[in-house]
Design a binder for this molecule. Sequence first.
Ligand code: COA
Length: 712
Amino acid sequence: MTHQEPDIRRLFEPQSVAVIGASHNETKIGSKILANIINGGFPGRIYPVNPKGGEVLGLPVAKSMDDVEMDVDLIVTCVPAKYTLDAVKAAGARRAAFNLVITSGFSEVGNIDLERQVMDVARASNMRIIGPNIFGMYSAAADIDATFGPGGIRKGGVAIITQSGALGLAMIGKTGVENVGISAIVSVGNKADIDEADLVSYLVDDDITDVILMYIEGVKNGDRLVEVLKTATRKKPVVVIKSGRSKRGAVAAASHTGSLAGSDEIFDAVMRQCGVLRAESIKEAFNLCKFLPGTGIPKGDNTVVITNGGGIGVLATDACEKYNVKMYDDVTSLKEIFAPATPAFGSTKNPIDITGGATSADYTLAMDAALASDSIGSVISLYCETAVFDADNLGDMIAKNTKRYRAAGKPIAFSVFGGEETERIQNELSKDGMPVFGDVYETVCCLGGVYRYRRYLEQWTDEVHEEKIDFDAIDQVVAEARADRRSFLLADEGRRVMEAAGIPLPATKTAKSMEEAVKLADEIGYPVVMKVVSRDILHKSDSGGVALDLENTEEVIDAYEAIMRNCRTNVPGARIQGIQVMEMAPPGVELIVGARRDAGFGPIIMFGMGGIYVEVLKDISFRAVPLNRAEALEMMKEIRAFPLLLGVRGEERKDIESVLDAVIRIGTVIRHVEDISDIEVNPLVAYEQGRGAKAVDVRILLTDIAGGDTNA
Ligand code: COA
């Protein structure tokens, strides 16, 4: 790069903009964008550019970029793909800072070469590209609407970054209907240059942005995104919607981690790790974006539901379970707090049923009681339309209570359910930024989002944990395998990597003959396990190359002969380097720890229940590496079988610390040894507290080098 990259503020707060391809024809995209810039009230300098010259929408047209000021902040390119390279060159020659390339017809349709050429030209002149294949951007900070959307964007605190074009455009219209105010919208398209991480870095410190909403289809440079998001979510909430829950992205690799790691599961886990709230739908995302900023973070867990209807109260209770919102359940305390606000035939057991006869004053009385109690962290207030309720006061009651709760920093969310008039009031309140929803699940989902965010903030630490590892020894193993033109490690090489990483293994020695096998088994002590060592046999069990639980000399001799015979029959021509004789690890909880390089997120780690049923049970969880011990523990707790490690039915607690240690060590290896693509320890057997965990079987793959022997 010749000089420094332009400051990203010039993208969001430009003082000058040139539209290359500003058309004289008002139905064309170039004209629509220019019209939006003008009508949106952009106060800076505007240059329509078109070789035909003349005037467009009342502005004089520059015939070429030569007639535009030097160092223009923002370019909008809307000429056909075949002219784009020249247009980008011309903008670069005028030292433009940012270029929104609207044009389609690049990598998204396989035209990778043209996209690369555009990028080369842009880089050479130090200009940053947004897109190509985008609908443009809006920034409230500069009153600029450089999109070909419907215009009339409602200003507010939500910044939207979207990879999807058409959906993003439609979202602009929808934000109006859903009463969502916008601080910025950026369409990122093919992400040839600027990506989500660049944009989030700006938006996180942007005072008018309260919450960031991202619509993502696929992740590139995910390790950088993780870093940026972890910092961003400390300062303001980030909500994400991702399309594509399919498993197509999962690499059909020779390891479980590869085939189990569906791209969506990884995305989900990594977003959780970053404190990003993933929404299931656009509606949910909008609700979270509206709810989170004004609401604040609850001081405590306990939620109470105040309702005038029993049924809707039960629905809310179900929803609380689904969204992990804890209902306050101290019956004595609840009675003390709510008895004065509840009729005798109501209920002070959470949900607090103030009964169908409740008026707005009764609601306020109950909400007052909840507000005054330090034991209550948040409130869900439900209203079913009744004839006895003073409906004229509904809006006022909700607005006033919201104000008081917000002032006290205690979250409150309302659900109102009824006919036309109720819906009208709901819509009015929503326009004014009040936390009111129609559906109970929507209401509780929002509160669940706030609690998810709170839990993340409480646990947050910028620490990254790594362990001391003998990288030289690992490099030596890798070099030997490379010299042998292999892309996988042999069993004993895998063991050497584990030793270098400081992960305990069962005692093992390799025998070259039957006599030696017998001698080694005596030394190790019975029972023992025997396994073939062969560069040609990766799946040892399937090939009959493993014998377990050998109790004495005779069984060792029989097993030796059987393994040799099976392997020669099942993998003809396999070169057999020897037979491992291994201490038979005593039974414990069988776990799997895997690590691999994900195409989107870089190094990731997987944890789960191990053994032979791992593919069937799929009881696994993921995190991006690097990670700290708290994150590793969270990952472990996510699997359904975690209670087995805590000890069930009178069993002792397992050595969770040792398992954590192995996770951190394996993470350290995958992060730093770039030659290693996959590590899989299955099983890692966890023993009782204080007795550690042992890596019983290890499989390691190397990053593929063309022509290498993968044996896959
Ligand atoms: N510099 C400046 N203007 C130029 C030019 C140049 N080098 N070459 C051509 N133009 C002018 C044309 O004369 C025309 O103006 P006119 O109508 O006054 O004659 C204008 O640029 C547009 O060119 P045109 O050939 O009419 O293209 P178009 O408007 O039909 O299409 C795109 C241009 C960019 C909109 C189109 O190629 C495209 O990519 N569309 C898809 C956009 C999209 O969907 N993006 C993703 C959204 S999510």
